[in-house]
Design a protein around this ligand. Structure first.
Ligand SMILES: Cc1cc2nc3c(=O)[nH]c(=O)nc-3n(C[C@H](O)[C@H](O)[C@H](O)COP(=O)(O)O)c2cc1C
Length: 192
């Protein structure tokens, strides 16, 4: 394929030998023929979200504008994140909060992987957030990988067959959402 689909990958863990980073490595290798995956490297450089700094077009701090530019240039987004204290890691939620009023996730095909000891609570929370800001996510572009440290190694190889099959399916489904051949997405949740 000459024109690869551009995917911006965001890792919710800032840990040196992060399993989620290893999953992104695996995703990148497995999808090399269809996706051009760029890792977003500046998550910890984003300032704390403050709506006062985001009142006018282009008034947001420079790292935020750069993050938004990278989102704009991506055809799709991959998020792979751990769960902390049954919630979404603060650094990741902070980044997403900067995109709510700017609508940078609106209509964007998104693959969501939550990988941790369990991961289910953060996954549901993040799924709700991403859907309310109009991301396009299908049943097959989201997966929870529990006991992740037994399923992916430091070389970015997925050693668990079930997880490997789920990630392969997620890759095909994300490509389908991005090229328009798949249109069925999960509905937005109710606010109340
Ligand atoms: C402060 C802290 C809180 C955690 N809380 C949870 C949790 O609530 N649920 C869970 O599934 N895992 C939890 N974990 C375990 C992480 O999911 C696990 O360490 C995972 O490998 C972290 O992802 P990473 O390897 O990409 O850094 C927690 C880890 C830390 C350090």
């Amino acid at each position: 394929m000459t024109n690869k689909i551009k995917v911006l990958a965001i890792c919710g863990s800032t840990r040196q030998s992060s399993s989620n980073h290893n999953i992104i490595k695996a995703f990148t290798a497995l999808s090399n023929d269809i996706f051009d995956v760029q890792l977003y490297e500046e998550l910890t450089h984003l300032p704390h979200f403050n709506p006062d700094e985001d009142m006018a077009p282009d008034s947001a701090p420079a790292p935020v504008q750069d993050f938004r530019r990278q989102l704009e240039q991506a055809d799709a987004v991959l998020i792979s994140t751990p769960e902390y204290a049954i919630g979404v890691p603060g650094t990741l939620k902070n980044a997403i909060d900067w995109t709510v009023s700017s609508m940078h996730f609106s209509k964007k095909p998104v693959a969501l992987i939550t990988a941790g000891t369990s991961g289910h609570k953060a996954h549901q929370s993040l799924l709700g957030t991403l859907l309310i800001i109009e991301s396009r996510i299908s049943d097959d572009t989201q997966v929870v990988v529990s006991s992740v440290r037994t399923k992916v190694n430091d070389q970015g190889v997925i050693t668990d067959e079930v997880t490997l099959a789920a990630i392969r399916k997620l890759i095909q489904s994300l490509a389908g959402l991005a090229d328009g051949s798949v249109t069925a997405c999960l509905p937005p949740p109710s606010l109340f």
